[in-house]
Design a protein around this ligand. Sequence first.
Ligand code: UDP
Ligand code: MG
Length: 320
Amino acid sequence: MAGTPRYSIVIPMYNEEEVIEETYRRLKMAMSTVGESYELLFVNDGSRDRCAEMIREYAFWDSNVRLLEFSRNFGHQVAVTAGMDHAAGDAVILIDADLQDPPELIPSMIAKWKEGYDVVYAKRLRRKGETWFKRATASAFYRVLRACTDTPIPVDTGDFRLMDRKVVAEMSRLTEKNRFVRGLVSWVGFQQTAIEYERDERLAGETKYPLRKMIKLCLDGITSFSAKPLKLAGYAGALLSAAGFVYLAYILCLAMFTDRAVKGWTSLMGITLLLDGVILLMIGILGEYVGRIYEESKNRPLYILKDSVSQEKKQEPVRY
Ligand code: UDP
Ligand code: MG
């Protein structure tokens, strides 16, 4: 590849052997309509199938293909970050490997970029072929996040987006470990705009985002961009103490001025259970934040590369 490419397309992949050939073909086709230089930067997030070998083969023939390999599975958001760290293009495009984000949208993103926008994100109008549970939880998540934070993070928007070099450079200065990439991009600022699209079904295979990973992403998003849940704990505590105080006054009056003895073991038990639940929840919220402080303080690298493949690199050792 002569010189630096104009566009870098970052494709994180985790066990995507069933789709990767078609993804490669459609990305090449979309980029050929643009007619400028580009690189396809695949990030293998510790896949246990053959997808990395397939990319190696493409890289052998195709100088536009590069591969970064993690030493194990570090997660989607980290894979995207690694791709951005290593991308060389003037504009960097993030896209999922499973073709839920149509590559055919890239030329329109590039057109917007040429109009002068620094970030062009793709907003999902509809999501096809996903369970009602996924759609409902995703939709609730974006709205809770919007209510919690002062950073204007667009709703119903994934990581499918184009970013100018200067945005990518600023992103690499954000060193936090529990990353919510789409939020960080909003936080960085610059001129941002949206294009709308209909999210397709996954081409093949099943989602690599089980509920466990979705919950982590959701907690990362909220805790990285808002301290409101901590304040919520405080408010709830204040409210409950006030209610408790009123109730205490009431039972004291009962005891002093009437002979109606307070019977309720049930009510006592009910209140105890309720309050214990609330207290545990509040401690849990504290724990989420403290755990993240702990992660940051360990200061471990975000990811470990096992290998990186490109034709340029292959030619390096040839010296005369
Ligand atoms: N992915 C990854 N590491 C993971 C999980 C997912 O790199 O630990 C990649 C995956 O290969 C895909 C993208 O992240 O390219 C989005 O994942 P997926 O399509 O499974 O998520 P969904 O669309 O179901 O939310
Ligand atoms: Mg998907």
